[in-house]
Every structure is written in C-alpha cells, then in structure tokens.
Design a protein around this ligand. Structure first.
Ligand code: HEM
Length: 373
C-alpha cells in the first residue's frame, strides 16, 4: 500500500480511476486544498440511508448540528469521563497480565472504545452484549467476497440497525424524564436559538458515534503499538520518557492512519494542476498517502517517536475535523500510560503472522498477539 502511494505521488498524484469511476488524490497539498474547499467539494453521499448525520452533511445544516452535538465533547465532559476510562483500561490490562501471550486487539484495543462509548452514552451494563453486537455489525465486512455473503451481512446489518434504533428511542424517552450526565442527556438538552435536536437526529448521531469511534480507536492503539515495536528500543524509550506518549500516538496516527481515505463529491467543475475534475465526480483523498508525503514530513517513511510538529491528516481537517479526536487521544494516552507502567517489556513473538484488516479504507490489524512481562 505505502509503495503504491509513493509511486502515485511521484508518477500521477491526481489520477482518474476508470474502474472505480473516481479521482484518486495522493499529495498532501492537494488533499488539504480539497478538504478546505467545502463550497466545491461536498461531503454529501450520493445514496443516503436514513437520517443523514453530520459526517455527510454540508453547511448550513452541518454547522447547526455540529454546534449542538459538540456540546457533548467539551473539555469539561472529557474530564468527567477520564476516571472511568482509566478504570476500564486498568481492568482490561489486569486481565491481560495473567496471560503468557495476550492479544492487544482482542484484550484491550477492541473492548476499550466500545465500553467507553457505551458508558458515556449511558447504556446500562446489562445491555453491553447487545450493544457490542450492533456496533460490530455496523463496521463488519462480509465473511467472504461472494454476493451471498454480502447480502447476508446487509440483512443482519439492517436488522441490527432497526433493533438499535428502537433501543435508543426508548432510552431517549426514558432520559427525557430521568436526565443524567451522559451524552444522550446532553443532546436532549442542547439548544441553539430555540432549536433542539429531534429524536431521529439523536438516534442517528448515536449510531454515527458507534460507527466512527470504535474501530478507528482500536486501530489507533494497535497501529501505534505496531509502529513502536518496529524498533526494539522504542518501547523502553517511551517508558523512560512518558512525555513522549502524546507524541508517539500522533506519530502512530500519521504513520499508519486508521482511516486511509476520505470521500468528497465535486459540486462544480474544478481544475487542479491541469486535471479537470467535473461536476458530480467522486474524489478519494488518500490521507494515508498525504501523511507519508516527503514534501511535508522529513523521513516520512520512518516512525519517529517524538516527531514534532506533526500535522497529519488522520482526523481530517476543517469543518468535519473529527469530533471524537480528543476522546480517541485520551483513550490512547491512558492505554499507553498504563501499558508502559505495567509491562516492563513487550515484544512481538517469533512466529508472528501479520493479519491486516482487508479494506482499502480502514487500516489496522485483526489480531496482534504479544508477549509481555
Ligand atoms: C469525523 C477519524 C475517533 C466521531 C472524522 C473524520 C476522520 C475521523 C478522518 C473526518 C471525515 C471527513 O472529513 O470526511 C477518526 C480517527 C479516530 C476517530 C482516526 C480514532 C483514532 C472518533 C471517536 C468519535 C468520533 C472516538 C466519537 C466518539 C466522529 C464524528 C465525526 C468524525 C462525529 C464527524 C464530524 C463532522 O462531520 O463534523 N473522524 N475518528 N471519531 N469523527 Fe472521528
């Protein structure tokens, strides 16, 4: 993948892909310019299922909704959640400590964000099983590439979305009369110029949080660890300099971005460096390539534990900049703080077999067995 990006950055950084019927963009400066140009490059999806969420809305509706939902992601809220995130992380890591080999993904990186988001949405403990099943199905790929497997998955997904929507509708109804300090209660209360969110909008937003925030955070933790362990001395360096953890996480994000590409649609004709993008064309922005662009990052193909500055595009940029970025960063920070404290050594086993997620857009490991002491 990274070789392909490099080849394309040199040979053909703005390419029309006949097969996919879309433009592929590879250079940092072009990607940044397109993301910023929200008037011409729209986030709306050609086929929309259900209530649109903020990710796929343009201004002015995007601006209104975003300012409402961002009330649930203020530094104050984040601080309220911190002790719970620490507790959840500690419990998961304590369970890992008893094993000769643990799986960083299954034992920590996967359950952590799901449990955290369930908690801050105010989902009761006993509903966690259902909750996990729904969030898995939202982001799952088909078991095999056949049409039947795809249809089976679609059916399961539609079913689980209906179940989940009904579930959240009931929770919202209940919380209207029994508010607590959780995201749903904040969203019920949020108001701008007399305007409140509808139940449908709140449900759609909850669904977006599950889809946008779980697998990405799992891969942030897995990919950062993978980057760190490429160089045997890195882990120790991190232990000796805990202030590097924040920087190492940013570098993990840059080096192996959990989201590799963003999508936009041109609302008007636009010429970029002699290439004519036409109204209606789809555009794929390879942020995973922008993050390795030598014009922007020195030694771009190296994981540098304390790289600074690090203007990677892994959380996007501009009006759609990831709303959950502070939360994801905090989860990563807490996970690595505790790992480096509790394991004096972590290494990749000799028989390690790399099992990447099969997807062009999501980047991460399905399993990550590790030996720890
Ligand atoms: C938007 C990545 C974690 C919620 C985005 C975008 C990216 C991204 C690239 C911009 C999409 C675009 O411009 O088209 C990531 C990564 C994460 C992460 C790499 C973890 C490492 C989270 C978490 C949450 C979240 C934990 C919430 C709990 C959202 C939302 C948006 C968004 C609501 C839409 C914002 C808008 O359209 O205004 N994310 N995300 N993300 N993310 Fe994240």
């Amino acid at each position: 993948r990274f070789e392909w990006y490099e080849k394309m950055r040199k040979a053909s950084p703005i390419t029309y892909n006949e097969e996919e019927k879309c433009w592929d963009i590879f250079l940092y400066e072009d990607i940044e310019a397109i993301i910023k140009n929200k008037e011409i490059f729209s986030s709306q999806r050609p086929v929309q299922q259900g209530e649109p969420n903020i990710l796929s809305l343009d201004p002015p509706r995007h601006t209104q909704l975003r300012s409402l939902v961002s009330k649930a992601f203020t530094p104050r809220e984040l601080n309220l959640w911190k002790p719970r995130i620490e507790q959840i992380t500690e419990n998961l890591i304590d369970d890992m400590k008893g094993k000769a080999t643990f799986d960083l993904i299954k034992d920590l990186a996967y359950p952590l964000p799901v449990m955290v988001i369930a908690d801050i949405l105010g989902v009761p403990e006993e509903d966690m099983g259902d909750f996990k099943r729904w969030s898995d199905l939202l982001v799952a790929g088909p078991e095999d590439p056949t049409e039947e497997a795809l249809q089976r998955l679609q059916k399961l997904r539609t079913q689980s979305i209906t179940e989940m929507d009904t579930y959240f509708e009931e929770i919202i109804k209940y919380k209207r009369t029994h508010p607590k300090e959780d995201i749903i209660s904040i969203l019920i209360d949020a108001e701008i110029e007399g305007q409140k969110l509808t139940d449908g909008e709140i449900v759609s937003f909850c669904r977006l949080l599950l889809a946008a925030g779980n697998e990405t955070t799992t891969n942030l933790i897995g990919n950062t660890m993978y980057g760190l362990l490429e160089e045997p001395s890195h882990y120790q360096e991190l232990q000796q300099n805990p202030e590097y953890i924040t920087l190492a996480i940013e570098e993990g994000l840059r080096y192996r971005s959990p989201v590799q590409a963003l999508h936009r649609i041109a609302k008007e004709d636009k010429e970029i460096k002699g290439q004519n993008i036409r109204k209606g064309d789809s555009v794929t922005l390879w942020i995973g390539s922008a993050n390795r662009d030598e014009n922007k990052f020195e030694n771009a193909n190296h994981f540098i534990i304390n790289r600074k500055p690090n203007p990677h595009l892994s959380f996007g940029k501009g009006i759609h900049f990831c709303l959950g970025a502070p939360l994801a960063r905090m989860e990563g920070q807490i996970a690595f703080e505790q790992l480096t404290k509790k394991f004096s050594k972590i290494c990749i086993p000799h028989n390690f077999e790399l099992l990447p997620i099969q997807s062009a857009f999501v980047f991460g490991l399905k399993e990550f067995p590790l030996e720890g002491q």
